[in-house]
Each structure stands twice: as structure tokens, then as C-alpha cells.
Design a protein around this ligand. Sequence first.
Ligand code: ADP
Ligand code: MG
Length: 255
Amino acid sequence: MAKILAIANQKGGVGKTTTSINLAASLVKLGKRVLLVDLDPQGNTTMGSGINKHQLDGSVYQVLLGERALVDVRVSTQPGQYDLLPANRNLAGAEVEMVALKQREFRLKQALQSIQTEYDFILIDCPPALNLLTLNGLCAAHAVIIPMQCEYYALEGLSDLVNTIKRVRTGGLNPAIRIEGLLRTMFDPRNLLSQQVSDQLKQHFSNKVYQTIIPRNIRLAEAPGFGMPALYHNPRSRGAKAYLELASEILTATN
Ligand code: ADP
Ligand code: MG
């Protein structure tokens, strides 16, 4: 059975998509079968995986609305690499259309049930909002990875997300959900503030903070332009290596 991880933070630009793509590729490199779900109408994960969001035969949108089966719209990215459930701006409409549906928080969870045995990991890249799409991600997941930049307002935003996760757990939507780990992204060790925020983070969340730190690395920012993870485009870059290290850390914690 796949371990399902939501990658969430309601703040935009913190590295959710970069983490989704590069963690997916790194887990595959370490021998795991991975499905990546793009749950953001921006479709950055889709484009960054080399799939043209403007030319999709079907997308996660139709799966959530129950119009298409997941197996019919998932695509393989590159031979021997991870599979993708793609998204594009149609998904923005799902927010509204799903409200009228039964079990609206559980549409993704139900869709994933049919293919859970085919994968070791299912990663869900959530949109930058605490909306119904993100809620679908949180209800489908066993645990949450929270990427964050170590800057001044980071901790403040974090409490909203942590409270949402708590409500999902105690409100009965997903009683087993937990925080898998907090990931420090775009880290610059020369920046004193980064160090301070990082220290505070460890005080508050201690063992939940991943040991692996993702450095600010231009190769990670360039790779999406080539439609591939940094691990394929520039495997020797510090960024690619950091995500491989993160994948190992997650595997060690899982076993
Ligand atoms: P989110 O999905 O949370 O909005 P992204 O992963 O799209 O965030 O990252 C925001 C921007 O920062 C993108 O342009 C991305 O290429 C860049 N970026 C992300 N992580 C890094 C990193 N470690 N080093 C340099 N640039 C990064
Ligand atoms: Mg994103």
C-alpha cells in the first residue's frame, strides 16, 4: 500500500512544487514507485514534469468530479520515472462545483483507493490556499510535508496550517493525519535571520524538522524550464543532491 504524503503550505512560493517534483524523482531513483498528484490549478507540477498542461486529454479535475477514472487520465512522465495525475486551470472550477457533491472532502481519497497498491508513494502537491482542494489533499494523506522558507513571517503562517491539520484530525475528517516533517527550503546559511528562524523552528517542532536542508540553488529553479526534475537535468547540483538526501531521510523514517 502506498504511503500518501500531502505537500502543503498555504503560502505561495515556499517550494511546494519544487519539492513535489524533485522528491518524486528522488524516490524513483531510490527504487520506489511514485505517483505525483498535481492539485494546483496553476499546473506548475504538470509543466515541470514535462507534460503540457494546455494539451491534456484529461486531468485531476474530471477525476474529482467523478467524470473520468484516475487510471484513464494519469500519464507517465518519462520512461521508468514517476506517474503524474496532471492539472490545469480547469481545476479552479472544481472548488465551486465540488461544493454541491456528496463527500466533497473525500473525492481525491476515494479516487486514489483504486491504485494504492500500484505505488510505494503518492505525493500530492497542494495549492497555496487552505481551500477545498487542499482539504481533499489532507483527507487523502497519511501525513503532511510542510516546505517553508526561514523568513520573518514563516512561523506565523505555519500556525494556521498546523491548526487546519489539527481540525482535520480532531473534527474526524482524517483522524490519523499527522505532520510528517517540516522542510527548510531555499536556505541561505549566510543569512542570520534564516538561522534564527531555523533555530526557533527546531525549538517548536523539534524532531519534526527534517535534518535535510534544501539550499537555495539556481539549478532547482532552472529545471522546470526544461520540463524535468533537477535530478535529470543537473544531477550533480547541490539542489538535486539535497532532494536525494531528503528522500533517503524519508525512507529511513518509513522503514
Ligand atoms: P510553491 O509551489 O510553494 O508556490 P515553488 O516550488 O513553485 O513554490 O517555488 C517558487 C519559486 O522558487 C520557483 O520559481 C522555484 O523555481 C523557486 N525555487 C524553489 N525552491 C528553490 C531553491 N531551493 N533554490 C532556488 N530556487 C527555488
Ligand atoms: Mg506550487
